[in-house]
Design a protein around this ligand. Sequence first.
Ligand code: GLU
Length: 492
Amino acid sequence: MTPPMPARTRVAPSPTGDPHVGTAYQAIFDLACARQTGGRFVLRIEDTDQARQVDGSEQQIYDSLAWLGLSPDESPQVGGPFGPYRQSERLPEYAAIAQQLLDAGHAYHCWCTPDRLAELRKQQEASKQADTGYDRLCYGMTRDERAKLPGFSETPVIRMLVPDDPPLTFTDLIRGEVACPSPDDQVILKADGFPTYHLAVVVDDHLMGITHVVRGEEWISSTPKHLLLYGWLGWDLPHFVHMPLLRNTDKSKIAKRKNPAARLMWFRENGYLPEALVNFLSLLAYPPVHEGSDIQTFDELVASFVWGKFATTGPIVDLGKLDWLNGAYIRALSDHELGRRIVAYWDEVSQPLPVDAVEARRIATQAAPIIKERLTTLRDAYPMLDFLLVDDDKLVIEDDASEALPEQTAEILAAAIQALDTLPEDGFTAEAAEAALRASLVDGLGLKPRVAFNPVRTAIAGRKVSPPLFESMAILGKARSLARLQRLRLAA
Ligand code: GLU
């Protein structure tokens, strides 16, 4: 078998706000294709709509892709041989191509004001005209001829001259032959000298040597315009892939306004592991690598990846499944790694901590085995561990815990303190603490374990339900455990 040609794929987000989950979704498959063929994955910033720019958005795109392990090989940030990778820095390229199209008669100037175009659209809608495109008033006119008519603007745009028989079908790698509606005379260069998406995407994909144009299915109907441009310019067509749109559980298109999970950062803010999110996204509309198992690594996807395996119906983003996957990934982490991730997450969300970073790391790592099974996300860790982090004299005893204390609380705590005091500082393990407390409270005082350990748990954790008690005491250590028992004894 001949090896595949190295693919050049790209993701081309617009920096118009928080990065969309769809950007990561596409990037996964772009990168899989590039890695599998020994090619390159490019990030291009499509900032031609200057009015919609949002400060910081470009940086968030870099950060979120890096977080997911989907960093591009070429981008405005890392550079590369086909730069600049930011469209606002490529205006001369677009202007030259637009001029070339004007010279060849494939494009023309249009001086119509936005008001005239709005009026035209209104009339077309009112008369239920089938053809709602631009009426070509300016076509064939010089500036001076056009200036004599109403609705004239001094700053013209450039439009494509769409022929009567434009190409209306194309081959999509996941959809096969696709039919599209006929385009109208699309603006390609705006009055401000910026290109529209349609000109810029074709010029850049060609000049950057992109072999696979992977984008959302909302661009299918625009593809005929792009086919025309490729044809006029004498450029080879790339492969086209129109990814199915991600949908909410009610089947509507996933959008940032309606669904917080449309924001890529939401997953990070809420304590999902990047590898779990990549795994989750890679299973949307694409079959699992291992039949019958949802757990797969990105490298396994790369090894078996084929565009043709995609489903084309918009997949539902079911966060219940992500929760399940995330829990499974958390349980697979070593205690050391889980501790590290928990503390890194606290740092990222600026969680105020009553202890320094080293102590937080020690507590999170030692507590990892006792909370692992109960964690869905890293976010769940703090409410489980806060009682271990807080200063002993600041531990809050919750009302329901204090109301449930048995009558003999003072006596139980006194006996517990006496028993634990005999243990050596460095032998204060969960097993040793449990054995000492059982001997003293259950065997010695003849109490039922439920009654005996209730005040101990309340003293240590301040609540009725907590992670395993003896392990928690071992994490606190002898001195802090005794201090907590003493504190509740004095209050009892
Ligand atoms: N800037 C376009 C978008 O954000 C990119 C479409 C494409 O990948 O061609 O949807």
